[in-house]
Design a protein around this ligand. Structure first.
Ligand SMILES: [Zn+2]
Length: 341
């Protein structure tokens, strides 16, 4: 198996790496949208994070990698198997599935296996990319170039955690819970605001402009390519530490409390920024809570809220004809106002 660049060896890009960690801790955030230049290591970061997370237990031989501990979300085959006794379990890596541009709906949701249908008339379902992404990450490079109906479909499945297939005389559903990561270059086409709003977090990455940081990026990449094993060993302690922090954060998350004053501040932020609906507020709250869990806090503080405001809200701003400053600049200004009050 190919060695993956260690997550903790990524230089800078904290906004992106933090957002990925937060999404891994709280999967209900419905994913991360990463905007930025090409070659800033977006796909590397997703693969690196998946490789860092602990292996998962899955039902052996299941096409969906069902979670044996969650019997309410088993696929039909596993549910059937369970009635005959215990499910066989094996450890597996967290999947990272790439959704290629131009992927057809069949490829994404799955389709009837035509060969089997023609050969002996059996209607067998051929699972698609959504099945493979179950319990892992679904990565879409250049999400802004993907057809709208496919993006819609992905966001629907990501939100419901289930892929419902009704076509060619077949009707079946299977669990499909994944963290959706979309990457895009804003100069190559816009994403409809209705789609933007459905991604939990939105972060921006840039090529570092600081000479020392650039040198470090290049040096680490070169070291890794020359001797992946030695490089990986060098970062193993940091990887282990972060893995434990994420695992602990997941366990701590349900116990983090949120005071009324935090909810008030979240509401003020959203009102001042004019975000539509309550999705922004809910996302901001969940992201701040996941950050609190990651930092081993017992409750969400104004500082957690402040730090998650830009990633949770910047893609939900209505265009203000009197104010065409960049979304991030507007967020910064409002954060300064609300937290000064
Ligand atoms: Zn299954």
């Amino acid at each position: 198996m190919k060695t993956v660049f260690p997550f903790t060896a990524i230089v800078g890009q904290e906004e992106m790496t933090d957002a990925l960690v937060i999404a891994a801790i709280e999967p209900r955030l419905s994913g991360v949208l990463i905007f930025g230049d090409r070659g800033t290591g977006k796909s590397t970061a997703v693969r690196a994070l998946a490789a860092l997370l602990p292996d998962i237990s899955a039902v052996t031989g299941c096409a969906y990698g069902c979670d044996p501990a969650d019997t309410s979300a088993l696929c039909d085959a596993c549910r059937e198997k369970l009635t005959h006794g215990k499910l066989p379990i094996s450890k597996t890596k967290i999947p990272v599935v790439d959704l290629p541009l131009g992927a057809t709906e069949d490829r994404v949701v799955g389709a009837l296996n035509l060969e089997r249908a023609l050969a002996d008339g059996t209607k067998m379902f051929e699972p698609g990319l959504l099945a493979r992404a179950h319990r892992g990450f679904l990565y879409i490079d250049e999400v802004n170039l993907l057809e709208d109906h496919i993006v819609d479909l992905l966001l629907d499945v990501a939100a419901s955690g289930e892929n419902l297939v009704e076509r060619e005389g077949m009707s079946l559903k299977h669990p499909a819970r994944f963290v959706l990561i979309g990457s895009g270059n804003p100069e190559e086409g816009e994403l409809r605001p209705q789609l933007l709003d459905r991604f939990g977090l939105c972060v921006e990455v840039r090529t570092p402009t600081d000479i020392a940081a650039r040198i470090e990026v290049v040096r680490r990449r070169d070291d890794f390519d020359r001797d992946p094993a030695a490089f990986t060993a060098r970062f193993a302690p940091a990887e282990k530490k972060l893995r434990k922090r994420i695992t602990d954060a997941k366990a701590r998350l349900p116990h983090i409390t949120v005071a009324d004053e935090i909810l008030t501040q979240a509401a003020k932020l959203c009102m001042a920024l004019g975000t539509d609906g309550l999705r922004g507020e809910l996302t901001l709250l969940r992201a701040a809570r996941a950050l609190a869990a990651f930092e081993a806090a017992h409750e969400v503080t104004p500082d957690h809220l402040r730090r998650m405001t830009a990633p949770a809200l910047r893609h939900r701003l209505r265009r203000d004809p009197l104010d065409d400053s960049l979304a991030s600049t507007r967020v910064d200004r409002v954060v300064a106002e609300v937290f000064a009050a």
